[in-house]
Design a protein around this ligand. Structure first.
Ligand code: TRP
Length: 385
């Protein structure tokens, strides 16, 4: 029996033992290189977007595992709203099927989805201009996964560094095997992006390998089924301008680590979060991201919310030390989030009706587009009967 290989020969991985290290090292280099390339491309794209925002369609989103936190806001959410306000069409996916990639219990999804919606709306999502929807409500999107899966090899999926890291975490945390959905979710993500012909994906660097898979899927689909006229775009990553936000323990902020400050948190909780944040033993405040990551993180937060620069803020604080820095950052975050939080409270107290309506409208629009795309795909594949 002959096995069909993807049109573009995919390197097979069978590196045993010591070779694994070599492979890992090579991968690390590739990742770093592609991060630098993506940053360069981002700068170029920003110019193109400013000139002609109508040429772009953004697709991005989040897993509904809980209310969004500061890391989400600075990492991608603020960037999405900025793009929306520039006139780019924005699609936001609430990726409910992605929640069950690494856990058995998805929690109270309707409640979590509403929390995420509240965060989006409070952060500036305009449902008149942007479309927000959930995976599970758009069957045709999910069906794209089938032809797309045929375009990648298992080896390619197993090499994906983000999936590897998540798989390791899942195994460590819950002593469980890697689900088929975890291994294939980057391909599912390709369906998320390509169903609406998204060509711009604002993501953090950790998502770059996924975007590479989306580009591969689009390219191979075009080669195999639409050689005369490419059907899917090869989307570009748009890297958010700000850096990773650290949690209270000095590690990357994440819901699952329990080190996050939720956007909806009270002012007291915000103050407590900053107070708990790790610092170091040096008195004078300087901005040195490599050598003093925790201090740099506080400076970045303060600068973000006051519209200054980390360097400027460091100079202002100087010898007054970490106590003074923390007081400034607390005030900056509390004041900076005040309008978002006020709007969020207002929306939350109005009850779920409006939220459900926004989602229903978004789902209807996503379905319309997904149905059309799936029909085109069936046509191109010779499966229209
Ligand atoms: N994986 C993303 C996250 O965990 C969420 C997501 C799902 C996504 N589908 C996407 C992001 C498509 C960008 C494009 O945050």
């Amino acid at each position: 029996m002959s096995v069909t290989t993807p049109p573009e020969a995919a390197p097979t991985s069978s590196a045993p033992g010591a070779l694994l290290d070599l492979e890992a090292a090579r991968e690390k280099r590739t990742t770093t290189r592609s991060a630098a390339a993506a940053r360069e491309r981002t700068a170029e794209l920003e110019g193109l977007i400013a000139r002609d925002p109508g040429k772009y369609r953004v697709l991005t989103g989040d897993r509904p595992t809980g209310a969004l936190h500061l890391g989400h806001l600075l990492g991608t959410v603020a960037n999405r709203m900025r793009l929306q306000d520039l006139g780019v069409e924005v699609f936001l996916i609430v990726a409910d099927y992605q929640v069950i990639t690494d856990r058995d219990d998805a929690g109270d999804l309707p409640a979590t989805v509403r929390e995420v919606l509240l965060d989006y709306l409070a952060a500036g999502l305009d449902p008149q201009r942007s479309t927000v929807f959930t995976h599970s409500a758009v069957p045709a999107l999910n069906q794209l996964l089938l032809p797309f899966l045929s375009l990648v090899t298992v080896a390619e999926l197993e090499r994906n560094p983000t999936v590897k890291a998540e798989a390791e975490a899942a195994v460590l945390r819950q002593r469980r095997g890697i689900s088929g959905l975890l291994l294939t979710y980057p391909v599912h993500q390709a369906a998320d992006i390509l169903f609406c012909h998204g060509n711009l994906v604002p993501v953090g660097v950790d998502q770059l390998p996924h975007l590479e898979i989306t580009r591969t899927v689009a390219r191979r689909f075009n080669q195999r089924y639409a050689a005369a006229r490419p059907y899917f775009p090869e989307p570009d990553a748009l890297i958010a301008p700000s850096t990773t936000v650290l949690g209270s323990d000095g590690r990357r902020m994440s819901k699952s680590r329990g080190n996050a400050l939720e956007l909806r948190a009270t002012e007291d909780k915000t103050a407590a979060f900053v107070k708990r944040a790790k610092t170091d033993a040096e008195r004078t405040i300087t901005y040195e991201p490599e050598r003093r990551p925790e201090i740099a993180n506080l400076l970045q937060l303060g600068a973000y919310f006051t519209g200054s620069t980390p360097e400027g803020l460091a100079e202002d604080v100087g010898a007054a030390g970490a106590g003074r820095l923390k007081a400034l950052v607390t005030e900056a975050v509390v004041e900076g989030l005040r309008p978002l939080r006020a709007r969020r409270r207002e929306l939350a107290s109005a009850g779920p009706r409006y939220l459900d309506e926004v989602l229903a409208r978004g789902n209807a629009r996503a379905n319309e587009i997904a149905n059309r795309t799936l029909d085109d795909v069936r046509g191109l594949m010779g499966m229209r009967y």
